[in-house]
Design a protein around this ligand. Structure first.
Ligand SMILES: [Zn+2]
Length: 284
């Protein structure tokens, strides 16, 4: 028969075991910020207290986020929702050390403005030869976005130029009263020749003239994050260069489909065109 002392010892060990198991189960914290976003916005997932060198796995709409280290016991990933995402609640499944957690995200409806623009006809309705070039360029860009390289970005993303915004992200543009397109980036006012800075550390993966973008620079920041700078008058970098944050990558201009000098700035987050303003606001 079990003595009282043995029974007591047995319960103490059992309680201790349950305590350790529970402590282990709640040992890491996962947080999304902001938790309320608008269509087209970027957000950040931070997982801390992981006690593991292995990155967590987080999935939303079948797409996996790319985590990078943000300290001894911390992982960080940037995500985004497309501007056509249906408003409502979204779930992110997070897996870490064989445990599952669900994180909630609320997507609110964004109000996107509409504007009319007049441009040279050949930039609105390109001829067959130009169309061939446009298609080739689109293919090249599509290939670029498909790559997910090692994280190179460090800390917050900064504005490439400290000027006013002239056309916001998501604006519906009507060209010469007939063609429409959604503005999947943002425009900053800029004088011809004004210095344009790298929003974060990255590698130059494109530095050339495109039909619509004119002189364009694309930086790969790793983790599936890219920044795009268009209509430049001069390029200061070449393909393959590693560019530190805030380095001058080119000068503002009006090359490509532009009605005057300005900077078109775009971001890609895991293949999604996101609102750059939301990226600037993230504490990384
Ligand atoms: Zn633009």
């Amino acid at each position: 028969m079990m003595t009282l002392r043995t029974a007591l010892l047995f319960f103490v060990i059992l309680a201790l075991f349950i305590f350790i198991e529970t402590a282990d189960a709640i040992a890491f914290q996962a947080k999304i910020s902001p938790q309320d976003i608008y269509q087209g916005d970027a957000f950040v997932i931070k997982v801390s207290g992981t006690k593991s060198s292995e990155a967590p796995v987080a999935i939303m709409d079948g797409k996996q986020f790319v985590f990078s280290k943000c300290g001894e016991d911390c992982f960080i990933a940037i995500g985004a929702v497309d501007l056509e995402t249906k408003p409502g609640r979204k779930k992110i499944k997070l897996e870490m050390r064989n445990q599952e957690q669900y994180l909630g995200l609320v997507v609110k409806r964004a109000m996107f403005p509409s504007i009319s623009l007049t441009l040279p006809e050949e930039k609105v309705s390109p001829g067959a030869e130009d169309m061939e070039r446009i298609e080739k360029e689109n293919e090249k860009l599509k290939e670029l976005w498909g790559k997910e390289t090692e994280p190179m970005w460090k800390g917050d993303f900064i504005r490439p130029v400290k000027n006013e915004i002239s056309t916001v992200f998501g604006t519906k543009r009507i060209f010469n009263k007939k063609k429409t397109s959604i503005h999947r980036g943002m425009d900053f006012r800029a004088k011809e020749g004004e210095e344009i800075k790298a929003s974060n550390q990255g590698r130059v993966v494109l530095a050339e003239e495109l039909f619509f973008g004119g002189n364009t620079v694309i930086l790969d920041h790793g983790s599936g994050i890219y920044t795009v700078y268009m209509h430049l008058s001069a390029l200061n970098v070449k393909n393959g260069d590693i560019v530190p944050k805030a380095d001058v990558i080119g000068l503002a201009g009006s090359t490509g489909r532009a009605s005057g000098p300005h900077l078109h700035f775009g971001i890609k987050v895991l293949g999604i065109n996101a609102n750059p303003v939301s990226l600037f606001g993230l504490k990384l």
